[in-house]
Write a protein that binds this ligand. Structure first.
Ligand SMILES: [Zn+2]
Length: 423
């Protein structure tokens, strides 16, 4: 975990242009193409982002308010170079629909200790981890950033999806029992996630660094004494049909890249966030500034799994957002604050998108890349990669390298989930 934990979108200035100058021409070309092909339609205005999603940044002309609908912006200002055609295309409402059943998912990840001696981050990639009642697969991707040791993040890596599958099964069984309103499904996902976070939190006190929760203590080589303050962040993204369900506790973050713009799907739980500070104080706690705002001067985040000695101020209740996917969605980035502390939402979104575009045959680099292209089948399941995908891996690796180059002093974990059907 980072000691400072600053979250300063846009703080890196414009130098990502410098890093990716070579990509810009290609990107422009591709964007023009993309805009013509996928014109934001009026229907895209119903972005069901919950209130937790913070605006990404301010001031930069490239940043739209996170919740603005794509239909309301006549889009001439959205691109760097004011290319013609965007503005009329943005206002038009003739987006080509994607076949309803095909919502592609490909993913890649990198997790590294960086300059830290200890590795306390963990990631969990579980495509097809559950089948929902309508037969749709649910894919699970998560970043866990541990503190005080790797115990709780390892526990999350090994147990969160297992526990969540149990909770989803219970919700599914309940849904089958009774006639349900249309919103019941989303309520079920929320309830299952919330309970899973609670259950993992309850196991944290007996977590071993191997990820098992054991009483009496685990006998594996990794078992050993733990400090009093051990815990972990958790940002969990579930992909089901056309929904992105993001559940967050702590200061890891999920950012959706939509039509070239970063749309945060989680909001960091920092002790100095006004609502979090008020909650902490109402619980009898204090935010003390010791190398940044910290709960009791100790923990640089206001929610976490574990940390029982910091209860009741530090809670494990997640914020959950449910977002409808659109054809303008390019990728979803999950990362620990080791990346977000030194890379803004905008830059991360740009880098990942360019990397994914450059690797596709639509770009000029693909012909000689020698790497296997993903299946071009149009079947719904074929649109989902079960293994790590090379372009996504490269995008994640590039972001991690960039963070290292910017002197991130923390563990760095990045998952890039490609939402375009690239072939
Ligand atoms: Zn163990």
């Amino acid at each position: 975990m980072a000691s400072a934990g600053v979250n300063m979108p846009g703080g890196d200035g414009g130098d990502h242009h410098h890093h990716h100058g070579e990509c810009r021409r290609l990107r422009r070309r591709h964007r023009r193409f993309t805009l013509r092909r996928y014109v934001p339609a009026a229907t895209a205005s119903e972005e069901p982002i919950a209130g937790g999603a913070a605006a990404a940044s301010s001031g930069e002309k490239r940043t739209r308010p996170a919740l603005s609908s794509s239909s309301s912006s006549s889009d001439g200002s959205s691109s760097d170079d004011g290319e013609e055609g965007c503005s009329s295309a943005g206002a038009a409402a003739h987006r080509l629909p994607v076949p309803a059943a095909v919502w592609p998912v490909a993913f890649g990840s990198v997790s590294l200790a960086g300059r830290m001696r200890e590795m306390e981050d963990a990631i969990s990639l579980r495509p097809f981890f559950f089948t929902w009642i309508d037969g749709s697969p649910i894919h699970f991707f998560a970043v866990f950033d541990g503190h005080g040791g790797p115990h709780v993040s390892a526990l999350c890596r090994e147990q969160m999806h297992v526990i969540l599958a149990e909770e989803l099964a219970a919700e599914a069984a309940a849904l089958r029992q009774r006639p349900s309103p249309a919103t019941a499904e989303e309520d079920a996902w929320r309830a299952a996630l919330s309970r899973s976070f609670s259950r993992v939190d309850a196991l944290a006190a007996v977590a071993c660094a191997c990820g098992r929760a054991a009483v009496p203590a685990c006998r594996c080589p990794l078992s050993g004494q733990t400090g009093a303050i051990i815990g972990s962040t958790a940002v969990v993204a579930l992909l089901i049909r056309d929904r992105l369900v993001v559940s967050n506790c702590g200061d890891s973050r999920a950012v959706l890249c939509r039509a070239g713009f970063p749309l945060p799907l989680s909001s960091d739980h920092k002790p100095d966030r006004p609502d979090e500070k008020a909650r902490i104080e109402a619980a009898g706690g204090r935010v003390v500034y010791l190398n940044g705002p910290r709960v009791r001067g100790i923990l640089a985040m206001s929610r976490a799994l574990g940390d029982k000695y910091l209860k009741p101020e530090v809670i494990c209740e997640p914020d959950i957002t449910i977002t409808e996917r659109t054809v303008d969605d390019e990728c979803l980035i999950l990362a620990s604050d080791g990346m977000w502390d030194v890379i803004s939402n905008e830059t991360a979104s740009d880098v990942a998108r360019q990397c994914l575009e450059d690797g596709s045959p639509a770009g000029s680099h693909a012909a000689g890349s020698g790497e296997a292209a993903p299946s071009t089948s149009t079947g719904a399941l074929a649109a989902v990669r079960q293994e790590s995908e090379p372009r996504c891996y490269r995008a994640a690796a590039l972001l991690a390298r960039l963070a290292l180059g910017r002197d991130s002093s923390d563990n760095i974990s990045v998952i890039v989930i490609d939402l375009k059907g690239r072939s």
